[in-house]
Each structure stands twice: as C-alpha cells, then as structure tokens.
Design a protein around this ligand. Structure first.
Ligand code: GAR
Length: 216
C-alpha cells in the first residue's frame, strides 16, 4: 500500500475524491497525513469526519520559507510518506523541499498546462476566449504549474461560461485524474524520462482523458 501525504489549503474537494477512492477500494494507498497551511481549511473538517490524521503548519509561524518547508518535510518523513500529493495547496515549494522527494511530488492544476498557469486558471481561460480547457496532473519541479505532465482531461468552454461554471465542469475531471494518478504510482507504472512521463500499459489516444482512466 502506497503511503501518501496530502497538502491542502482550502475546500479539499480533491482530498475528498482521494478519500472516497481509497474507501471504495479503487486506490491502493493510505493517507498517512494531511498537512494544511491554513487552520480554517474545510479540508480539515473532512479529515475529522473520516478519521484521517492531519496537522496545520502555517508559514507565518516560521522565520523563513525554508523553515516552513522543513517543518512540512519533517512531518512527511516521520509518517514514512512515499508520494506527496498537492491537492489545492496554494504555495510554491522550493527545490529545497523537492529534493527530499525527487519525482515524488504531484500537483493537480485546473488548466491544460502550459496554458493558464498560476491562480484563477479557469477565469483566465474564459477571459482569454479559449474553446477548450481542462485539468492536469503533473510532477512538481521548480517551475510553477509547469512540471512534466502525467495526465490531462479536456473540457469545452461554452459561450456563457464564467470562471465558476467552467471550474465546476473541470472539477469533475480533477476528482478522477488525481486518484487515478495515485493508483498508477501505487502500481509503480509511472516512468519519467526528462519531461516525458509514460504510464506503463495505459491506453493512450482517447478523449477526453489521455491516458485513459482505468478506475472510473
Ligand atoms: C482545484 O481546482 C485545484 O485544481 C486548484 O485549486 C482547487 C482546489 O480545490 N489548484 C490550483 O489552482 C493549483 N495551482 P479543492 O480544495 O476543492 O481540491
């Protein structure tokens, strides 16, 4: 069973999707710890409800970003975490953090990266007039929302869309591609060659998710 640590900052709907997939037996992983940088995150309520260990580590209580990141690393290491999942974690992690978990930190982002990186990606897509957007799970490197792509799901952007309506459409796919990626890690099928990530044995070439989902 893959030991995972999930980093969150807010609502935690992606965390909920991971919890539900594990509880349904679709994902062979155990959430060893949830770390929030925000004590008021709704995600923590979800942890309490499901008996999942959690802790809050706030940047403002640390003298530097390095000290803040070291505090997170310490907790993750103590729990034996093998894969770090950023699920709506709204801070940028430095190379100092990443070197503790080489190629073992993943992030979900609500756009088809490299389009619309950073904050409010869905609103950016609507304002830009894009006709498709979607979501991405990628390996985290020192760039922001631009690390090697594992899987992407595509959705149409409609003329009447707002950032909110597009976000809702995208979120349904976030809740599938993130648990699916964790399961691929659990099955040891993620192979990384520079920027190119291949899921061994997965089916490539279909819409709307590439490579194709297996557990949903
Ligand atoms: C999700 O849409 C996630 O893709 C996004 O924040 C939201 C968190 O929702 N992440 C980013 O924009 C990262 N750059 P959640 O707390 O309900 O999972």
């Amino acid at each position: 069973m893959l030991k995972i640590g999930v980093l969150v900052s807010g609502r935690g709907s992606n965390l909920q999707a991971i919890i539900d997939s594990i509880e349904a037996g679709k994902v062979n992983a155990k959430i060893e710890i949830v770390v929030s940088d925000n004590p008021k995150a709704l995600a923590l309520e979800r942890c309490r409800k499901h008996g999942i260990p959690y802790t809050t580590i706030e940047q403002k209580n640390h003298s530097s970003r390095k000290a803040f990141e070291e505090a997170i690393v310490k907790v993750l290491k103590e729990k034996g975490v093998e894969l770090v999942v950023l699920a709506g974690f709204m801070r940028i992690l430095s190379g100092h953090f990443l070197k503790h978990f080489p190629n073992r930190v993943i992030n979900i982002h609500p756009s088809l990266i490299p389009a619309f990186q950073g904050l409010h990606a869905q609103e950016q897509a609507v304002k830009f007039g894009a006709k498709f957007s979607g979501c991405t799970v990628h390996i985290v490197d020192e760039s922001v929302d631009a690390g090697p792509v594992i899987v992407q799901a595509v959705v149409p952007v409609l003329p009447e869309d707002t950032g909110e309506t597009l976000a809702e459409r995208i979120l349904k796919w976030e809740h599938k591609i993130l648990p699916q990626t964790i399961q691929w890690f659990a099955e040891n099928r993620i192979k990384i060659d520079g920027r190119k990530v291949i899921v061994e044995g997965a089916k490539y070439g279909e819409l709307p998710v590439n490579p194709a989902l297996e557990i949903f």
